[in-house]
Write a protein that binds this ligand. Structure first.
Ligand code: DGY
Length: 320
C-alpha cells in the first residue's frame, strides 16, 4: 500500500466530507457525480484499498468478486445496505460498514413531514396556492385526516422507528409497533407491541414503515395486508420503496381505502411508479430522509471513522 490508503468514493459527497477524505487518503472522488454501473464500479475498484459507496450503488457479488485483493473495506454512506452483497464481501474477508444512528432524527423528521403532509393535504394545498387557484377561506375546503389521538402503527421499531415514536407522542398519537422481537421496557415505553404484522395493521389509523429491505420484508404491504388497515388509513414510507406493492397501494389510494400516502422512497427510484404522481392524495418527496446539512456530514464522518479504524488496525465502529 502507498503512504496513504487508496479510496474510491463512488458519489459526490458534501464538501466537509470530501475535504477530510482527500486530506487523509488518496481519494478518487466523483465531482460530476456519475452513477457507476456494476461494470464501471468493478473497473474503478482496480488499485484501491477501500470503497466508499452509497445507497443504490450496485455492489453486487459479481462486483465484489472482481475487486482486487487490496480492497479490505466497503464503507457505505447509508444505514440501509441492501445494495451491498454482504455475504460475498464476508467470504472474501472484506469488512462492510454502514452509518447507523446519525440519521435517526433527520429521517424521523421526514416521516412526520410525510405523515402530516399526507394527512393534511400539504402538497395539494401548496399546488393550489402556487397555481393561483385559492379563492379564499372556506369551512369545508381541503379537509384532511385528523392526527391527534389516532393510532400510529410502526412497522420496524429500530432506532429510526423509535425516533418516529418519540415525535408521534408529541402529537398525542397512540403508538403501536411490530418488530422481529419485542423491545425491552426501557425502549418500548408506552408503545403497544403486536406480535404479528396483521395485528399491527388492524390497529393502524396511520402506518409508518421503518423496516429495512430484506427478502422477508419486500412487498410486505400487499393487497391482503392493506385490506386489514382501518378504512381511510394513512400510509407513510421513509424506509425503502420495495416494502410496498405499488399496484396494491395505488388501488387503495384510488378507492379511498387508504386516504393518503406520504412517500419519501420508491421502488426503482428515481423512476417511481408514475401513478403516484397523478393521485391527488399522495405527498411525495425525493428520498430526502437524511438530507440535512448536519446529518449528511455526520454520515460522511461515520464512514471516515470506519475507514480510519480499519486502516489503523482497530475494530470498525459500525461493522455489518
Ligand atoms: C440510508 O441511509 O439508507 C438512506 O436511505 C440514504 O440512502
Amino acid at each position: 500500500m502507498p503512504d496513504k490508503p487508496r479510496i474510491l468514493c463512488t458519489r459526490r459527497m458534501p464538501p466537509n466530507v470530501e475535504e477530510r477524505l482527500a486530506r487523509d487518503y488518496h481519494a478518487t472522488l466523483n465531482p460530476e457525480d456519475r452513477i457507476y454501473s456494476a461494470q464501471g464500479l468493478a473497473d474503478a475498484g482496480e488499485g484501491k484499498d477501500g470503497i466508499f459507496c452509497a445507497g443504490g450503488d450496485p455492489v453486487t457479488a459479481e462486483v465484489i468478486g472482481r475487486l482486487p485483493e487490496s480492497v479490505g473495506i466497503i464503507a457505505t454512506y447509508s444505514v440501509g445496505y441492501e445494495h451491498v452483497a454482504v455475504e460475498a464481501a464476508r467470504a472474501r474477508g472484506i469488512v462492510v460498514t454502514n452509518t447507523p444512528d446519525v440519521l435517526n432524527d433527520a429521517t424521523a423528521d421526514v416521516a412526520m413531514l410525510c405523515l402530516l403532509g399526507a394527512a393534511r393535504r400539504g402538497a395539494e394545498g401548496d399546488r393550489m396556492v402556487r397555481a393561483g387557484e385559492w379563492v379564499g377561506w372556506d369551512s369545508t375546503m381541503m379537509l384532511g385526516v385528523h392526527v391527534t389521538g389516532k393510532r400510529l402503527g410502526i412497522f420496524g421499531m429500530g432506532r429510526i422507528g423509535r425516533a418516529v415514536a418519540r415525535r408521534a407522542r408529541g402529537f398525542d398519537m397512540e403508538v403501536h409497533y411490530n418488530n422481529r422481537t419485542r423491545l425491552p421496557p426501557e425502549l418500548e415505553g408506552d408503545a403497544i407491541w403486536h406480535d404479528t404484522v396483521e395485528s399491527l395493521l388492524a390497529a393502524s389509523d396511520f402506518l409508518s414503515i421503518n423496516a429495512p429491505s430484506t427478502p422477508e420484508t419486500r412487498k410486505f404491504l400487499d393487497a391482503e395486508r392493506i385490506a386489514l388497515l382501518p378504512d381511510g388509513a394513512v400510509v407513510v414510507n421513509t424506509a425503502r420503496g420495495d416494502l410496498v406493492d405499488d399496484d396494491a397501494l395505488v388501488d387503495a389510494l384510488h378507492s379511498g381505502k387508504v386516504a393518503a400516502a406520504g412517500l419519501d422512497v420508491f421502488a426503482g427510484e428515481p423512476n417511481l411508479d408514475p401513478r403516484y404522481r397523478e393521485l391527488a392524495n399522495t405527498f411525495l418527496l425525493p428520498h430526502i430522509g437524511s438530507a440535512s446539512h448536519e446529518t449528511r456530514d455526520a454520515m460522511g464522518y461515520c464512514c471516515l471513522d470506519n475507514l480510519d479504524a480499519f486502516f489503523a488496525g482497530r475494530p470498525c465502529p459500525n461493522p455489518i
